[in-house]
Write a protein that binds this ligand. Structure first.
Ligand code: ADP
Length: 595
């Protein structure tokens, strides 16, 4: 997905099209500023000419014969030049800063929205820390470039054009020596930097890896501490950080070569102006004032060009960042039609198979149907495919073959957000957000009234523990709900799923971390809140599923048996043996449940 430098820059310009009025006027003011910036040097030349040539000076030739008037005029012109320079600097600065702020904000929002819309398959291939580093560091690089970097590029181009033109106008014989090296320098710097471009992309990638490692490692800090693996983590960070350092060093080592070379080439221009220009002046072929202007201007040329290497390095860096950002926009997104249909709760799986990333199939030819309001359960060993089945129901993945229907509409014909709004899903490891208990329960359903929130919490057997918290429903639960126990988090997640009154309630091991008494309370609530809505249950503890209208036993991605609790017990197959195991009875066929 690597793009050439120019293409990234063009894409950036294309992206900034809506703000072209800002960047075009900023570019104009930057150019004008560089022009006004050269005025003092020209005025110095005019001053030299005035004091040397006096009554024959250029100003005298323009009709200002009085020497005093000439000096006053010089003073006025200097003031105007400085005034215009300051004004244009102010005008371009606010425009570039404004653009930088708008672009970084818009880029960040759009990139975030794109990541949110990306398919679970493409998202799961990304490292969170790397995404963080793109959304933060890379966008910040872009911001800095627009704030400062781009004006520097205009300075190099503008100064070269203006100084070159003045040289050609005043002394073409010297201009050839001073101006010709400029395009050569720019071209060779560009070529040289282009060769360095992979080095800069490498730096950004290594920085992304450091970010990815840090995010992952800090998330697992508890595990690291408990397993006394701090040294291991430190070593891993050291490796990632060293790789970043080496990548930077490699790029800088080559990049830093440029400055001395460029200095040397520019110096040749200065020497020619000094010596050859001096000779012409002595021979009276060149005016002293012109000679002064040329000397001052060659100095002015030196300044931006000694910075050209830095400018190019920054340009490379920011283009590498832009490229990473643009690549993010290439992540495939979830595309579903706008067809929002109220569903009644009938679910049909028609010969559905599914495999992750072309691995061995996790689900094989599943066929089953539920009627609206029915409660069905899936049981089976870890890895049997239960969560995968739920992920397909939620439209996180599409079947590799076969079809899933809600009522009589195939999932591919439905709007996924529209469908998900009608599903209440409680995952195995519920994710809670920083905020209050009430905010977490109404998350994604902000229209929930305080009464609805409390009712949902009561139905999820969470109300009592919430009321015991210092601030009740206004208690802040900390990042990822770290101030709560596993069981409390699960109950909040159940409340969050039911507050929106979903047509279909999906519970994936929703009671795995609660004690038996709480499970009983949740079970009672579920039989109440489950009335009139389809419920899909996954549970290890069979006590949770025994009241289901139908239980499916999954084994290695296929339905091994199905029926009600009583029917399955009579089969004396997998389910019956799992039940005996949980009841502490002797197993008749242990081989059925042990892989
Ligand atoms: P269960 O919920 O019954 O424990 P899962 O649905 O989580 O089972 O897993 C079913 C199979 O799919 C397992 O072999 C598991 O390794 C595989 N699997 C689950 N999630 C992924 C994933 N994101 N990528 C690749 N394979 C996966």
């Amino acid at each position: 997905m690597k793009k050439p430098l120019a293409s990234s820059f063009l894409q950036l310009l294309l992206y900034m099209r809506p703000f072209r009025r800002i960047y075009l006027s900023a570019t104009l003011y930057s150019f004008l500023n560089k022009l006004f910036d050269l005025m003092p040097e020209i005025l110095l030349g005019i001053a030299v000419n005035t004091v040397v040539a006096r009554e024959q000076s250029w100003l005298a030739n323009l009709g200002f014969c009085d020497l005093k008037i000439q000096l006053i005029l010089l003073g006025l012109m200097t003031m105007v030049a400085y005034g215009l320079e300051s004004l244009s600097e102010y005008l371009f600065s606010i425009r570039w800063w404004n653009l930088a702020q708008i672009v970084q904000h818009n880029f960040r929002m759009q990139a975030f929205e794109h990541v949110q819309k990306s398919t679970i398959t493409s998202f799961s291939k990304q490292k969170t820390g790397n995404l963080l580093s793109i959304l933060n560091d890379d966008i910040n690089q872009l911001e800095r470039f627009l704030e400062e970097g781009i004006d520097k590029i205009i300075e190099v181009i503008g100064t070269s054009i203006f100084v070159g033109s003045i040289f050609f106008f005043l002394a073409p014989q010297i201009a050839i020596f001073v101006v010709i090296p400029i395009p050569i320098i720019i071209y060779s710097t560009f070529r040289f930097q282009k060769k360095l471009s992979p080095y800069y992309l490498n730096i950004r990638e290594k920085a992304g890896l450091v970010g990815a490692f840090l995010a992952n490692s800090l998330l697992g800090l508890l595990a690291t501490k408990s397993l006394v693996a701090e040294q291991l983590e430190k070593k891993k960070l050291e490796k990632a950080s060293m790789a970043y350092k080496d990548a930077s060093f490699n790029a800088i080592r080559w990049g830093a070569l440029l400055v001395p070379i460029i200095r040397f080439v520019i110096l040749s221009g200065i020497l020619v102006t000094l010596i050859y220009g001096g000779k012409l002046t002595i021979e009276q072929k060149l005016d002293v004032g012109v000679y002064s202007i040329l000397i001052f201007l060659t100095q002015r040329l030196l300044w931006p060009f000694t910075e050209i290497a830095d400018i190019m390095i920054n340009f490379q860096r920011v283009m590498a960042s832009t490229q990473r950002l643009l690549n993010l926009f290439e992540l495939p997104t979830e595309n579903s039609p706008d067809n929002i249909v109220p569903i009644k709760g009938r679910i049909t799986f028609d010969d559905v198979s599914f495999s992750y990333h072309n691995h061995t199939p996790s689900l094989h030819n599943l066929t089953f149907a539920t009627e609206p309001g029915q409660h069905i359960a899936f049981v089976g060993a870890t890895g049997a495919g239960k969560s995968t089945l739920l992920h397909l129901l939620l439209g996180f993945y599409l079947p590799t073959s076969g079809k899933i229907f809600f009522d009589n509409k195939e999932i591919r014909e439905l709007s996924l957000p529209g469908l998900r709004k009608q599903l209440g899903f409680v995952s195995q490891e519920p994710f809670l957000f920083e905020g209050t208990i009430a905010e977490n329960i109404s998350y994604g359903y902000v229209e929930a009234t305080p009464e609805q929130i409390i009712e949902a919490a009561k139905n999820a057997a969470a109300h009592e523990f919430i009321m015991r918290l210092p601030e009740g429903y206004d208690t802040i639960i900390g990042e990822r709900g770290q101030n709560l126990s596993g069981g409390q988090k699960q109950r909040l997640a159940i409340a969050r799923a039911i507050v929106r009154n979903p047509t279909i309630l999906i519970l994936d091991e929703a009671t795995s971390s609660v004690d038996n008494a709480t499970e009983l309370a949740i079970q009672r609530s579920l039989s109440k809140i489950g009335q009139g809505r389809t419920m899909i249950l996954i549970a290890h503890r069979l006590s949770m599923v025994k009241h289901a209208d139908k239980i499916f036993v999954l084994k290695k991605g296929s339905i091994a048996e199905q029926g009600t609790h009583e029917e399955l017990l009579q089969h004396d197959n997998v389910y019956a043996n799992l039940w005996k195991l949980q009841m502490g009875e002797t197993l008749t066929h242990p081989e059925l449940i042990i892989d």
